[in-house]
Design a protein around this ligand. Structure first.
Ligand code: SF4
Ligand code: SF4
Length: 205
């Protein structure tokens, strides 16, 4: 049988223990929180990478990505070549009043056009203002943190290795061309060597 008043004593003990501990309250907004770099605050759109494939809009469980586009014909780049058609983005918007920050759109984008930004201060008094159009989504891009450094022991990414090899090849070709040019210039400026004089036979004089 519990001792009468023991519950009260326990409660007071918890209160005393808590009172002596350091408070973790952050004085937001005077003090900004230190968020982890991969926090899911808002989504940024890097428009140049978007091919209007619609994958993000189709996979979004909330159907809160709105994309409009039209097709444009690109003339053939070579004589006799075929014209090509490409999608041109007219509208890209995300309704953050519906978004549940699952990150599926960012995961499925095959062209690295969507990124998480840790920015979270975009509360609005009008819910319509929470639909961010492409210009606003682009602005968020400038708040996306740089990707973390690669593990030093990791294998070099294929595209970086290919780019490095191309640069090395171009540098080697430029160095060889410069060396050949220098050799040709040296040959031009060198005085012509005189032909050796034939020895006169003795007694001719
Ligand atoms: S984070 Fe999820 S809910 Fe939000 S736009 Fe992307 S897919 Fe849709
Ligand atoms: S998945 Fe990526 S490339 Fe495709 S429409 Fe969405 S943002 Fe654009």
């Amino acid at each position: 049988m519990p001792i009468p008043g023991s519950g009260l004593a326990k409660g007071l003990a918890v209160t005393l223990r808590t009172m002596t501990k350091r408070s973790h309250t952050a004085q937001y907004p005077e003090v900004q929180p230190e968020l982890p770099p991969r926090s899911r605050g808002v989504i940024g759109l890097f428009e140049e990478n978007c091919t209007v494939c619609m994958l993000c809009a189709r996979e979004c469980p909330d159907w809160c990505i709105y994309i409009d586009s039209h097709k444009e014909t690109v003339p053939a780049s070579t004589p006799g070549g075929r014209e090509r058609s490409r999608n041109v983005l007219d509208r890209f918007a995300i309704d953050f009043s519906l978004c549940m920050y699952c990150g599926i759109c960012i995961e499925v984008c095959p062209f690295d056009a969507l990124f998480w930004s840790p920015e979270f201060e975009y509360a609005e008094t009008d819910i319509h203002e929470l639909t961010h159009e492409r210009d606003k989504l682009r602005e968020w891009m400038w708040t996306v943190p740089a990707p973390p450094a690669l593990d030093p022991a990791a294998e070099e990414p294929k595209e970086i290795a290919a780019a490095r090899k191309a640069v090395e090849k171009a540098e080697a070709a430029a160095a060889a061309a410069a060396a050949a040019e220098a050799a040709a210039r040296a040959a031009e400026t060198e005085p012509p060597t005189e032909p050796p004089t034939e020895p006169t036979p003795e007694g001719d004089a």
